[in-house]
Design a protein around this ligand. Sequence first.
Ligand code: HEM
Length: 416
Amino acid sequence: MTVVRNNGRSKAAGFSDKTRKPYRGFMPNIWHGSGPMSVDVTDWWHQSTCQMKRVLNLTRKLALKAHYLDIIGAVGLSHTFAAQATRPGSDAEQISASWTQHVNNGLQRLAFLAPLVVRAIPIVTKAPLPLMRSQGVIKTIVTRIGRRIIERERAALGVAGKDSSLDISSNDSGRVDIISVLLGNRRLASASEKLSDTQILDNILTFTMVGHETTAGSLAFTLWELARHPEIQNRLRAEILAHRRDLSYDEIQKLEYLDAVVREGLRIHPASPQTERLILRDDVIPLSTAIPGIGDSFRVKKGQVIHIPFTPMNTNPSVWGPSGAVFDPSRWLTARDPAAPALPHGWSGMLTFCDGPRSCLGLRLAVLEFKIILATIVRSIAFADTGVHVEEKISPTLQPVVNGQGGYLPLRLKLI
Ligand code: HEM
């Protein structure tokens, strides 16, 4: 198997997904910042049912307002972004405005060249270009918030003012959230594995941005599908209305059609539809089906960057059948034909959360909050298509684009 690693500049290459609508507009992803994700929170995050129950309580409280920034703030950082308060100049408002700006910059005609330029001349990320400035604004805001969070943790531990560094020497608060795990690293890790201040701040930045934009985008596209498929929407609502409003964690897991709709939304509209990996040594990649002119394998060389397009892999007709690109939740309710080709690795056989050691750390939180918010919204609101032409473009995550404007997805709503 080829040895690859995340090169810290994921999503920097473009592709044209020929099986569906054309994409354009790519931006390098700098959310990973300069620090690696060196704290292993995977087990803690993926396996702790207690944590999930806490998430459930928090997300239920926040669900009606459906603001994912508040959710990641609450469950990840014990920080209140108060995203619902659209107070001009608030952190949430600034992050949102800069992100919209950033999305629209990435939709410019020549934006697809940006990753290539960044790769060739990395210093360009420091240039005062509008393309870079919007990312810089978000990084500045979240870094400021991150410093406040770390100082608050220090104060809570009674070590405030002991020294001027951000170092936390113990973490006995008993809380289990991302920030306490990151800071606990200072106490538990050996000297060579301790996270630096910059790495902790980079992690806060990563969690803040990937922890809300992706889930919000997935929900928006799924609501769009429900608006275009009233029969699916009605069936989902019927399932939800058959249960009490205040669903427990275990009850939410039992809603089969909700589960199917969420999986299908994530399969067809992966919020982060592509990534790339750097080849660490020369190797040969075997192909399951020979390609004319290439054969049944191809060589890769150390230093090459390989592009991994999730959407065609998630919808490939040879794996998912002729209706592979169609939004059809019922495919998750029937047993898969044993003669059909095996699904790829990755959650539910899809690449939406990537796969392998650098796959999404927030998978379970993402799916859980998605289910709770979708169930809460669909219970009370009916969605209809507006007939407006919506395009899907990558900038840098999957974005709805209407008349050249990114980040808007018009839907007609009716209270039930
Ligand atoms: C529907 C929602 C989400 C989708 C589709 C998604 C997708 C992904 C993908 C594809 C990657 C791999 C990126 C790459 O290597 O190029 C990733 C990484 C990551 N995700 Fe998510 N994500 C979602 C929600 C979340 C949430 C809610 C959190 C935080 C709680 C989160 C935290 C992370 C982190 C920290 C990484 C970096 C992991 C690493 O580099 O080791 N994600 N996500």
